[in-house]
Design a protein around this ligand. Structure first.
Ligand code: FAD
Ligand code: SF4
Length: 513
């Protein structure tokens, strides 16, 4: 072979320009690597999903006539790391060129950029996945500066002509959030569809993980419910557009314990298929718009706009923030948080029903939806001041879709406000009242959401006011937060100190909450 081309586990994009023509001089390598299984401790299902999808991609490439080398952990475990493997393969196959697609993660991009192979030319190409190329990100985002996602999103709508009619936003508004974000009422719960789950046999991968002593977290499985090839990914997309999109935005922020489908609700669960590049973002956006545009469609503009915003807006925005600011992104620890992650993040054994439910389903399915990640577990870590790097490791390990470019700005910026306000203008801090408004968690909780102090008072309440009080200097000038202090200021000093003491008590006993 004259050329060796590397395909990373999150580059399973069959439409990449590399694959237009089979070429017998080009060898594609797809390799399970120990370094990818242990840069953080991952969920068992996450590693199985990546490895299974890689294997399927290797088979699909072979069937399309390409030369492919699929290496399992059994084949690669003796190599120290990825560069070590590449060097050895280039020698073994007498390659004159090594090519890779630009990784989405800084860690891997540095590793590959540093690669020097004697007598071999090294070249990187675009991954052909995102809507914006890496080179044009700084036209939209400036390093170390806050940008409003809404401005970015409108620019993207215009640039790509998505949901636009004669230069104006379809439906007359850019954002229909006002019509969305309802709580699930009793009558709504019985109508939540069953999630579409696959049954992929990953027993061989599971055995390999055991054989090579790979540490994992969460519920292990032999039959994986996540999509591991393009066909399954497309089926999940079609299922979403037909059965879930009609109520996606309306219940986007809702949480319940009262349904078998409580873990997934109306969410698409497409993040794994998107982040591994089995689906292209524009393909997903187009499928949603096509479903909305059908003459007999039950999907209103608020639902489709809400969904499109997540992918055209948030997903591309978060990636731009990451790449424009790396390697310095999120090193600030703005709120000087230094606590340790409580043990119940690893076993869900907590009396706080909201935390129990969000963590349990993360351990069971390697999945929680955005509001659970942001306003339940993320909010808890924010209010209790857990060290950002510890929180980050948890998010990066546990979720099926967790890759650093998307996890980092979401965790450090959005959930923890640790990035000096690059992603969010204010911390997403909330008391139990928010959780009670959006869920039915509190009705079956041992804690009382109405109480700030005393026996069984909801921990989120006192922790919230302690957090606000402690960070007053930083927050009071923010117009979106400042007014909240008027409520606190109405309490006299002794009432305030009882609340702060209650929070301090909870912090001292954080592992028993
Ligand atoms: P849906 O609710 O159906 O949304 C559709 C799609 O929109 C998602 O698949 C995703 O591609 C995109 N999207 C929505 N919100 C965001 C966002 N804030 N950032 C980027 N894309 C978004 N997402 C990841 O893909 N990987 C992560 O590691 C990750 N870590 C997160 C950590 C925290 C603390 C928070 C608050 C959010 C994180 N998110 C992450 C964003 C979001 O929660 C997930 O994308 C979403 O829950 C995935 O589920 P879904 O596919 O059912 O999403
Ligand atoms: Fe969570 Fe407090 Fe509600 Fe319990 S009462 S579920 S701890 S918000």
């Amino acid at each position: 072979y004259t050329t060796l081309r590397l395909v990373l586990g999150d580059q399973l994009n069959a439409s990449h320009h590399w694959y237009q023509q089979p070429n017998e001089d080009v060898l594609y390598v797809i390799a399970e690597l120990k370094q990818e299984t242990n840069y953080v401790t991952h969920h068992h299902q996450k590693i199985c999903a990546f490895f299974a999808a890689m294997e399927n991609f290797a088979i699909a490439l072979q069937q399309a006539g390409h030369e492919v080398l699929h290496l399992s952990l059994d084949d690669t475990h003796t190599y120290h790391d990825l560069p070590d493997l590449i060097l050895s393969l280039c020698q073994q196959y007498h390659c004159q060129a090594f090519e890779y697609q630009q990784p989405d993660e800084y860690r891997l991009s540095q590793q590959l950029a540093a690669l020097k192979i004697p007598d071999v030319t090294v070249q990187a190409s675009d991954s052909d996945h995102f809507l914006l190329t890496l080179a044009e990100l700084d036209q939209y985002v400036t390093p170390n500066k806050h940008h409003r996602m809404e401005h970015f999103y409108r620019a993207m709508r215009k640039r790509f002509g998505v949901l636009m009619v004669e230069g104006k936003p379809q439906g007359g508004k850019w954002n229909f959030d006002g019509a969305n974000r309802n709580k699930l009422k009793a009558g709504d719960i019985e109508h939540i569809p069953q999630p579409l789950m696959f049954s992929n046999d990953v027993s061989a991968i599971s055995k390999r993980l055991e054989k090579h002593n790979i540490n994992t977290i969460g519920q292990s499985c032999e039959q994986l419910l996540w999509p591991t090839n393009r066909k399954q990914s497309q089926a999940l997309l079609s299922y979403f557009c037909r059965d879930l999109l009609p109520l996606f935005g309306r219940f986007q922020d809702a949480m319940t314990t009262k349904s078998e489908s409580a873990w997934s609700l109306y969410h698409s669960r497409l993040s794994f298929a998107l982040n591994t590049k089995m689906l292209h973002p524009m393909q997903v956006i187009q499928a949603a718009i096509d479903a909305y545009s059908q003459p007999d469609s039950k999907i209103d503009i608020a639902q489709v706009e809400g969904f499109v915003r997540q992918i055209l807006g948030w997903r591309e925005f978060i990636r731009a923030i990451y790449w424009v600011n790396m390697p310095y992104y999120g090193q600030e620890n703005t709120l000087e948080a230094s606590g340790s992650l409580p043990d119940f993040f690893w076993d869900a054994k907590t009396n706080m029903q909201c935390m129990h439910h969000a963590i349990k389903q993360s351990l069971d399915y390697s999945y929680a939806h955005h509001i659970q990640r942001l306003m339940v577990t993320g909010n808890f870590c924010l209010l209790t001041g857990i060290t950002p790097s510890e929180v980050e490791k948890w998010y990066l390990g546990i979720y099926i879709d967790a890759i650093e470019w998307v996890e980092k700005p979401n965790t450090l910026g959005m959930a923890l406000f640790a990035d000096a306000g690059v992603v969010a203008t204010k911390p997403y801090a909330a008391s139990g009242a928010y959780i009670n408004k959006m869920s039915d968690y509190c009705s079956s909780c041992q804690y009382d959401v109405k109480k700030k102090t005393g026996l069984n008072a909801c921990p989120f309440n006192s922790l919230y006011w302690r957090f606000m009080d402690k960070n007053r200097e930083l927050l009071a000038n923010n117009p979106r937060v400042g007014m909240l202090f008027s409520h606190w200021d109405k309490l006299d000093d002794s009432e305030q100190s009882v609340i702060v003491e209650q929070a301090e008590y909870y912090l001292r006993h954080i592992n028993s909450l």
